[in-house]
Design a protein around this ligand. Structure first.
Ligand code: NVA
Length: 310
């Protein structure tokens, strides 16, 4: 059976490190590996909007010697026009891997259960594991390399119940980070996710803190991150979210309580004046463009890891 990457903990701490190491190599030498030479195709299937994911996977697949086949989820209508299993059986006859951005995690689990080719999660409602790898690479890039990753203090402030909150907890713990997440009541991560992150942190030397106090989460942090308050699919509650989450905006004052050399990250798209002040995301501590570029490098590493493992 092929290996899949559906959640952050599908990579062990050692495997996550191997993928990040490979991503660093690929950043130096973009054409050094060609697991898709042929070219073999990779299906990039999107049930939700995309910019970074479509372009970084497309460019990355091409750099690996393959052909990126973008499939519009509005046309494919997975689970409506035909079942997830039937879509999977058709796609795997055409391509060497399937990358899917969709809604519930159970949809991608269902695909992976039948797929004969690797399946990669390009964001679900529950997790965004490729993004966390890109963030870890960016932290390594700006804070002393891969060996300095474990022990970094990362504070995520805002909608801590969303996919990014969960992936920071699980993926950050895997890297041995001290992950602190802060949001108001009603926007805190699921107990299952927190328990899983704690379990991993106990093996990596990392730690997990969940709080409603943004300042205490950010105090002394090396990395401060946030995300949109309105994730794709939760647009109906945008007005309520804007009110509930306003005290969790990443402002210059909040950044002042972080470590003096702290960096700021955001997976984008960003809404200035909502989750982050313009001075922060457009200021010198912001590394968001490196972070966006790093999507390509880590995703190439993930595909290489999964395809070669197979
Ligand atoms: N939490 C956001 C991440 C966007 C990349 C969303 O799901 O829309």
């Amino acid at each position: 059976m092929p290996r899949h990457f559906l959640r952050d903990d599908d990579l062990s701490p050692a495997e996550q490190r191997e993928v990040l190491r490979l991503a660093l190599d690929l950043r130096e030498s973009p054409y050094a590996r060609a697991p898709l030479a042929g070219p073999q195709s990779v299906a990039l299937l999107f049930d939700k909007p995309t910019l970074r994911t479509q372009t970084s996977f497309s460019a990355g697949v091409a750099e690996l010697g393959g052909f990126p086949m973008v499939v519009d989820g509005r046309l494919a209508q997975v689970g409506e026009r035909e079942s997830v299993a039937d879509v999977t059986r058709v796609l795997e006859r055409q391509v060497s891997a399937i990358v899917w951005r969709t809604f519930g995690q159970e949809r991608i689990e269902e695909m992976a259960a039948v797929a004969q080719v690797p399946v990669v999660n390009a964001l679900t409602d529950q997790f965004h594991p490729c993004q966390i790898l890109a963030d870890l690479l960016t932290v390594a890039q700006h804070r002393g390399g891969l060996d300095a990753l474990a022990g970094q203090r990362l504070a995520y402030v805002g909608d801590a119940a969303n996919n990014m909150g969960a992936s920071y907890l699980v993926g950050g713990a895997t890297a041995g980070l001290h992950v602190r997440v802060a949001g108001p009541e009603g926007y805190l991560p699921d107990d299952d996710v927190v328990r899983r992150a704690e379990e991993i942190a106990a093996t990596t030397g990392g730690s997990v803190t969940v709080t409603t106090d943004a300042t205490s989460a950010v105090t002394g942090a090396d990395v401060v991150v946030t995300d949109t308050w309105v994730s794709m699919g939760s647009e109906a509650s945008a007005a309520r979210r804007a009110t509930d989450l306003l005290p969790y905006q990443v402002t210059p004052e909040l950044m002042d309580s972080a470590a003096p050399d702290a960096i700021f990250l955001h997976c984008l798209p960003a809404y200035r004046g909502k989750e982050v002040a313009a001075e922060v995301i457009d200021g010198p501590r912001s590394k968001v463009w490196d972070e966006a570029e790093n999507r390509r490098h880590v995703q190439k590493a993930v595909l290489t890891f999964l395809l070669e493992d197979r």
